[in-house]
Ligand binder design. Structure first.
Ligand code: FUC
Length: 955
């Protein structure tokens, strides 16, 4: 007999296949092929464990993460003594000597790197050792040479050579044929870029050596070195950290060719593509690093012995339940797999069914890209994986347990074998020794075992029900309907390809809800804040360490939290802020000799707060100011005074830092922020506009918070005074809002950061109350253009919403939803097939920023009133949204028809006065906590709605 779940599933698939798939399941992503790339796979998460489900038929891959597995260790990040250089850096900037200021800051003002003290000596010793071999020894056939195709644009780590995460020395060799006509001529050998250093030999003679990832290697090969016919090329590649190898494959000029010196490289002879490599050394000293990187944990691989034709394949993610599925028929038998990440049990649970008894057979394995790892049998139903990060103190353990109905289970030190079961349930748990940013004494074995005990005793049905209930408690607080078209019936990857706002408005609704799905999945109380990739990461060397960039990305991640009714999901952000505020005191002291706390443009799990990377963009002082604004905004939305009371010290200490840090500009007498940077644009400067907007708002918000709490009267006074002395927003000669103190904006500049527009969004420094400045900001955005990386597009959506231009916002949203995977195999800004945002690479900020932007188009509340449908695009003539949150503690639902508001429902959660604006009309009324107020589209109390909730207006 078929399992009832499978019967139900078959029935539903039959019904949906024969009717309208899309509309019956508007909240799902689905595909007719298994994932090929990681960004095709479907993400699951419970805020601690993340998983990517590939849905393969012969082999299922579940790549997973645990949110606390990072490189690094608790340590001091600030540079003692940096503050003594501060006056000189400021003087140089004031004198217009930017290059000198940056050079001095690079030398003395950046934070401390891990291993910086020991590295130089260790590196020298290691280099002596690895360069001690002769070329003859290195190229000897007896070394363990392996064949390779030289396709490693992203380093040997992802070239499928078994070198994942490896740093060290690798020899590469191949040959080339010298045309007879070139005899006696010197040649040029073009190798493109190499990470990090190389020593290159032709026929055993060194022809070149260089270091640096941006230098394109082109070496002269003297005629005397060359032989008629076959010539041998050998390259010793030395990789100190991060990605490694011959990475020049993307060059415009031909690479891997030789040609006569001075000739056109296109006329060159290609090197023999049959390269070989051998690993000489994989133990270089640990490279200095400013901050730590988020790490992958491992993979569950399920190998299925069945072969034979597959029919009716489908994989999907139902975001209304947070459950993924893969189903297909093989040799006439139906197979169904389900997967979810349970937050209540902190486990990933999967189940496999078949349409006939005894059909579930598989080998389950655990593997990990970490070099330091071990797989072992824990008990007769459980396999374990232990990993230790290479550069750091964290280790983790993961347990995979199976429970079957029927069949036989055998566990060895390599795998779990299931033969002939009727069905199988898999439970995956994982934990690390991370306790908090200062303490790594947790016991991963104990934690993973505890979680396993909590989950594996329960039936799948019970766990799934509990999971769905827990998830929907958050997810169901919001719904949106922007209209429907037949394209909804297409698989998601097809919908993306065919997308336009009119062809498929429901894809946008799905995209917004997917943003909420990703938030619930990656950020839950007790877990870490969503990082650059949320909770999902496959690489040991992820871009920007998959950490927290605070000059836009981290904050953008949380834009939808309050607005889209997921306030509880922001808890990990506030924890991060409190910890950064603690850690940032040492940085304020060491770098600025100032009280309070400061955070620069990045942080990590160890709460690094000092400047990192380079002095031209790493010295940006307002990370803490921006994060403090999120506290105040959260209070404005929720009216949660207890939250404000708890977090007020963070705001106060951030403000205290700036009261000390600001200096008076001798030219204008304004208070300015120096040294700093308009994020990643224009180098180290005095007085970037964004800083002044941020600090002004910090001072005002902190004063307002003190007033709400009835404390710190004198400090309030100081803050108000200082706020009024700060350099104001200035309008420049192109009618633009100036990005800097000086009127030097380039109107042709299309830089992705639009930092000086912070005051428009997410700030409130510039509103329609000041139309002139608003207009200048709009001019600046117009000049910047409509293009951008993922997050840059998302920011522009929100800005156009605040400029009340819904059609423009929608044009940008259309770009945000353009396919990231193009036909040539390269990637561009947009969305991947699994709707992950592409910077590229994958960065989750665009998903969150885009979801928030759609909310801003429908409701704004930052300027002291509820602005209904402030930027409704013409392409959304009819729709409905329920559950948007507005400042003042309101939950708002709206219905509109032919571009006109029809119904409004406002639930008051805090009993505040409510001011509503729409179509030039304003309505002001007092509210009672818990009451619902219903209005018609012209803002009159809705006569049809006096029933539930009871409206009680008092004008
Ligand atoms: C900032 C941006 C980059 C990228 C990185 C993570 O530095 O300028 O584009 O998003 O963060």
């Amino acid at each position: 007999m078929l399992h009832p779940r499978l019967v139900l599933f078959l029935l539903v698939s039959w019904l949906t296949a024969s009717t309208c798939v899309g509309q019956d399941h508007p909240l799902r992503l689905w595909y007719t092929k298994p994932a090929e790339k990681w960004t095709d796979a479907l993400p699951l998460g419970n805020g601690r464990l993340g998983a990517m489900i590939f849905g393969g038929v012969g082999q299922e891959r579940i790549q997973f993460n645990e949110g606390t597995l990072w490189t690094g260790r608790p340590r001091a990040y600030a540079r003692p003594g940096a503050a003594q250089y501060l006056p000189q850096i400021r003087q140089l900037l004031a004198a217009g000597k930017q290059a000198e200021a940056e050079a001095l800051a690079a030398q003395h003002f950046m934070g401390q790197q891990d291993h910086e003290e020991t590295y130089k000596a260790e590196q020298a010793a290691w280099l002596r050792q690895v360069q001690g071999v002769t070329v003859a020894q290195a190229t000897a056939a007896s070394n363990s040479w392996k064949p390779l195709t030289l396709n490693m644009p992203n380093g040997w780590e992802s070239a499928g050579l078994g070198l994942e995460g490896m740093d060290g020395v690798v020899w590469f060799k191949t040959t080339f044929e010298l045309p007879a006509a070139w005899a006696g001529k010197p040649l040029t050998l073009s190798l493109g870029r190499i990470r990090d250093a190389d020593v290159t030999f032709v026929n055993g003679q060194q022809v070149g050596t260089d270091e640096g990832i941006s230098k394109k290697r082109r070496y002269q090969v003297p005629a005397a070195v060359l032989r008629p016919g076959r010539n041998e090329l050998a390259i010793q590649v030395i990789n100190y950290f991060d990605k490694g190898g011959l990475i020049g494959v993307k060059e415009k000029q031909p690479v891997f060719v030789v040609y006569p010196e001075g000739a056109d490289p296109a006329t060159g002879v290609p090197l023999n593509p049959a390269w070989q490599f051998w690993v000489q050394d994989d133990k270089p000293p640990l490279f200095p690093s400013y901050q730590a990187s988020y790490q992958p944990f491992g993979d569950v691989l399920l190998d299925f012995p069945q072969t034979g034709e597959v029919a009716d394949y489908q994989r999907q993610l139902d975001i209304s339940r947070a459950v993924a599925q893969t189903n297909y028929k093989q040799n006439g038998v139906s197979y169904l797999r389900e997967y979810f990440a349970s937050a209540p049990r902190n486990a990933i649970v999967s189940r496999l069914w078949a349409g006939e008894k005894g059909r579930i057979s598989l080998n389950a394995r655990l593997q990990s890209p970490h070099k330091n790892q071990k797989v072992y049998r824990l008990d007769d139903h459980t396999l374990a994986l232990a990993v230790q990060v290479r550069d750091g103190v964290l280790r983790g353990v993961s347990y995979l347990r199976v429970k079957t109905k029927g069949g036989k289970v055998t566990v060895t030190d390599n795998q779990i074998q299931i033969v002939g079961a009727d069905e199988a349930t898999l439970y995956l748990t994982a934990a690390t020794n991370f306790k908090n940013y200062q303490d790594v004494s947790a016991d991963p074995e104990k934690l993973a075992a505890q979680a396993l005990r909590n989950v594996s005793g329960k039936s799948y049905e019970v766990l799934e029900k509990e999971h769905v209930r827990d998830y929907q408690r958050l997810f169901n607080t919001y719904s949106v309907d922007l209209g429907h078209t037949p394209n909804e019936r297409l698989p998601t990857d097809e919908r993306i390809k065919q997308f336009s706002p009119t062809a498929d408005p429901a894809l946008l609704a799905l995209y917004q809800q997917y943003g909420r799905y990703l938030m619930i999945s990656s950020s839950r109380q007790g877990g870490q804040a969503a990082n650059l990739q949320g909770l999902w990461n496959e690489s040991l060397t992820p871009s920007w360490g998959s950490k927290y960039t605070t000059n836009i990305n981290l904050e953008m991640n949380y834009w939808p939290a309050d607005l889209l009714n997921l306030s509880a999901c922001a808890a990990p952000l506030y924890k991060l802020i409190n910890e950064a505020a603690q850690a940032g005191q040492a940085t304020a002291k060491a770098h600025y000799n100032a009280p309070g706390w400061v955070l620069h443009h990045n942080t990590d799990i160890w709460r690094g707060t000092a400047p990192i990377n380079a002095s031209n963009h790493g010295i940006w002082v307002t990370g803490g100011a921006w994060l403090s604004q999120t506290i105040w905004e959260h209070y404005r939305f929720t009216q949660d005074r207890e939250f404000l009371r708890q977090h007020y010290p963070v705001m106060k200490q951030a403000a205290t830092f700036f009261t000390d840090f600001l200096t008076q500009d001798p030219r204008t007498n304004w208070l300015i922020s120096t040294p700093s940077n308009s994020p990643e644009h224009g180098g180290l400067v005095a007085g970037p506009t964004m800083d002044h907007q941020l600090i002004r708002e910090l001072f005002r918000n902190t004063a307002a918070a003190a007033q709400v709490l009835g404390i710190d009267t004198d400090f309030r006074q100081t803050l108000q005074e200082k706020a009024s002395q700060l350099a104001p927003n200035q309008i420049g000669k192109h009618g633009q809002l100036q990005e800097w103190l000086e009127d030097k904006d380039d109107p042709a500049d299309i830089h992705r950061h639009v930092s000086h527009l912070w005051g428009v969004f997410p700030g409130t420094d510039i509103t329609w109350a000041d139309p002139k400045t608003m207009q200048a900001a709009r001019t600046s955005l117009t000049l910047r253009g409509d293009e951008g990386t993922g997050w840059s597009l998302a920011w522009k959506v929100n800005l156009w919403a605040r400029f009340k231009d819904g059609d423009h916002a929608l044009r940008i949203l259309e770009k945000l939803l353009s396919p990231a995977d193009n036909a040539t195999g390269s990637e561009q800004g947009g969305v991947y097939r699994n709707l992950f945002d592409a910077h590229p690479p994958f960065q989750i900020d665009g998903n969150f920023g885009g979801a928030a932007g759609m909310g801003e188009m429908l409701l704004q509340s930052h300027a002291g009133y509820l602005d209904l449908l402030p930027a409704l695009p013409t392409a959304w003539p009819t729709g409905e949204v329920r559950g948007l949150r507005a400042r003042g503690g309101f939950v708002v639902s709206l219905k509109w028809l032919q571009g006109k508001l029809q119904q409004v429902e406002i639930q008051s959660e805090a009993g505040q006065e409510c001011v509503v604006k729409y179509g030039g009309k304003e309505l002001r009324f007092n509210t009672k906590k818990g009451k619902v107020y219903k209005l018609t589209g012209d803002l009159t109390p809705n006569p049809l709605s006096s029933g539930r909730g009871g409206t009680s207006f008092r004008y």
